[in-house]
Design a protein around this ligand. Structure first.
Ligand code: SAM
Length: 277
């Protein structure tokens, strides 16, 4: 049976939370311009800002788009409404269900990892909206060169690791230097590089508050109930899952998740590349 990865589960849970608490179907960070108060009531607006920012950077002349790692399909829907022809790559069966419900047969959904995609189709633009960090760099780039039309574009909006000592509470992201160096060896020219770390980092303050105010107290009360009523089972559970528990504590419950920490360890960028002719 297919083994489900923890990050896949995390995205599914993330979508349930985003829908319930913030009334949004996006799985990307928000874009917080100066003046937008960082509070849960504004997450919806921040995520719409991000989507508008992304849309604005699709170059003229593009007609067909492959949305790689399309999440719930919300941004693909926006692309369809803007008049683009869209197909989606969605390796997560659970998220794919949402995409299918939302988009029906308006798009073709490739239910695989981007690196394993098999299609005769080609596109004017490959989009990776906060999905680039999940891709294997070399394989993804080989695939992109293969399925882009002549002079096609690659639009990446995602965070990357900065070269600083220490361990980030937020995992993920390719190393920025390695990525930039690698792209210089590829048949692409860089058209745009915009740093939106400052505008996206507040999303982590929202997450920190959610953890502090909802997730940690819930976790603690469940742990209290379990250790009081099922001490032997709890002991065994804590022992068997000690590594996962320590990891969850470090990542989520230590209070280290914040916009400031994020900006220290990561750089959030929008990159637009065009294939060399
Ligand atoms: C953080 S979500 C972003 C969703 C959406 N693009 C958005 O902006 O809301 C990451 C997405 O990448 C997808 N993903 C993860 N690994 C992938 C891979 N190897 N190939 C393609 N997509 C992948 C996940 O299933 C998910 O849809």
């Amino acid at each position: 049976m297919h083994k489900v990865e923890l990050k896949e589960v995390g995205l599914d849970i993330g979508l349930a939370f985003a829908r319930h608490f913030y009334k949004t179907d996006y799985l990307h960070y928000g874009y917080w311009p100066e003046g937008l108060t960082v509070e849960p009531a504004n997450v919806f607006e921040a995520q719409e800002n991000y989507a508008d920012f992304l849309l604005k950077h699709i170059p003229e002349g593009v007609s067909s788009i492959l949305d790689v790692g399309c999440g719930s399909g919300k941004f693909s829907e926006k692309l369809l409404e803007a008049g683009y022809l869209v197909d989606c790559v969605s390796p997560s069966p659970n998220l794919t269900k949402h995409v299918r419900e939302r988009l029906g047969d308006r798009v073709e959904i490739f239910e695989c990892r981007y690196e394993d995609l098999k299609t005769e189709k080609s596109y004017d633009l490959v989009l990776c909206s906060e999905s680039f960090q999940y891709l294997l760099l070399e394989k993804a780039m080989t695939m992109t060169l293969q399925i882009l039309n002549n002079n096609g574009h690659l639009l990446i909006c995602d965070f990357f690791k900065r070269d600083v000592p220490g361990k980030s509470p937020v995992s993920g992201g390719h190393k920025i230097e390695r990525f930039l160096k690698y792209m210089q060896t590829q048949s692409f020219k860089q058209i745009t590089d915009i740093d939106i770390t400052k505008e996206t980092a507040p999303s982590l303050d929202i997450m920190r508050d959610l953890i502090r105010e909802v997730i940690a107290p819930t976790w603690n009360i469940v742990a209290y109930y379990m250790t009081s009523n099922y001490p032997r089972f709890s002991k065994l559970f804590s022992f068997v899952f000690r590594k996962k528990i320590a990891q969850a504590n470090r990542k989520y419950l230590s209070g280290g998740t914040s916009g400031e920490q994020f900006a220290h360890f990561k750089t959030y960028r929008l990159f637009l590349y065009q294939q060399n002719s």
